[in-house]
Design a protein around this ligand. Structure first.
Ligand SMILES: [Zn+2]
Length: 302
């Protein structure tokens, strides 16, 4: 409702801004849905580009407040980078519609869906309906938590940014390769650190760590949400405590943006540690984000 209201006031201004872009030779203006993509884009584009992140790093990206100021950011942008797989379906389409920026509409070179650069996990087989919870029909959208996907996204973004800004092609490719090289070195370190825990059972809050756990050979045996997006009831919590005891689950891995009281209760009753982590990069560095995640898990499992 309110994007329409805002548009009525902002439309004259938006049209002036439309007319002034894009300018060849100036640094790109890129909007990203989430901060992991912002941190990777920052590595590729360098310090001169303007990168605006729509979802705050401390906010669950399934639910973002569609603030009117975001429409203005989108109107001025050369590209939008999304996770895709319907991760942003609840809030991004209305913002993109309000922004009236032809360069950013689906199918345009400036609409960059990073899920096309990776292989999705959890692709549902057979029909899906609302009784199954918040299922994503194209697969699980939490793919930035496997750093091998970080490498793929970096290379994919370099190609897509070069298509919009051919003058920057060599720089984007050089930056992407330098980043991929650093990240691959860290991936080897992280794999060594977690190798002793291969096969360990882990309970998570939401099914958001499947890429991370699959990469490291850990096993998600249960989630605190009985179905994606559905909070647990007391009977389910009691079952989960039994499950954790029976399976000797040592850690509950959970993003800080979910309520932590249930995890604390389950952890206490079942003798497991609650490991709270950032679901997205809180600083400029994607490598720091994954590094903190991996070290938090290693210390929880030790
Ligand atoms: Zn999810």
């Amino acid at each position: 409702m309110y994007p329409t209201l805002v548009l009525r006031h902002l439309l004259p201004l938006l049209l002036i801004l439309c007319a002034s872009q894009p300018a060849a030779g100036r640094p790109l203006r890129v909007v990203v849905a989430v901060s992991d993509l912002g941190a990777i884009a920052h590595e590729i584009l360098g310090p001169n580009a303007t990168i605006t992140v729509l979802a705050k790093a401390t906010q669950d990206p399934h639910f973002v407040d569609a603030r009117p100021s975001l429409i203005l950011d989108l109107n001025r942008a050369d590209a939008i980078c999304v996770m895709g797989l319907d991760y942003e379906v609840g809030w991004l389409p209305v913002l993109l519609q309000g922004a009236r920026n032809a360069a950013l509409q689906k199918g345009a070179p400036g609409y960059i869906d990073t899920s096309t650069m990776i292989t999705p996990l959890d692709v549902p087989r057979g029909p899906i309906d609302r009784s199954m919870g918040d299922i994503h029909p194209g697969g699980n959208p939490h793919f930035t938590l496997d750093p091998r996907n970080g490498v793929r996204i970096a290379r994919g973004l370099a190609l897509r940014f070069a298509a919009i800004d051919p003058a920057g092609k060599a720089t984007y490719q050089k930056n992407a390769e330098a980043f991929a090289h650093r990240l691959e070195g860290k991936i080897a370190d992280w794999e060594r650190l977690l190798a002793p825990f291969r096969g360990a059972p882990v309970v998570t809050y939401h099914r958001s760590f499947v890429y991370l756990l699959t990469w490291l050979g850990l096993v998600e045996t249960a989630t605190i949400e009985p179905k994606p997006g559905i909070p647990p009831n007391p009977a389910y919590v009691a079952q989960l405590i039994q499950h954790m005891r029976a399976q000797h689950v040592r850690i509950i891995l959970q993003e800080r943006w979910y309520p932590s009281s249930t995890a604390a209760l389950i952890g206490q009753s079942a003798g497991g540690k609650v490991v709270l982590v950032d679901g997205m990069s809180t600083g400029d560095s994607y490598i720091d984000h994954i590094d903190q995640l991996v070290h938090a898990m290693a210390s929880g499992l030790s």
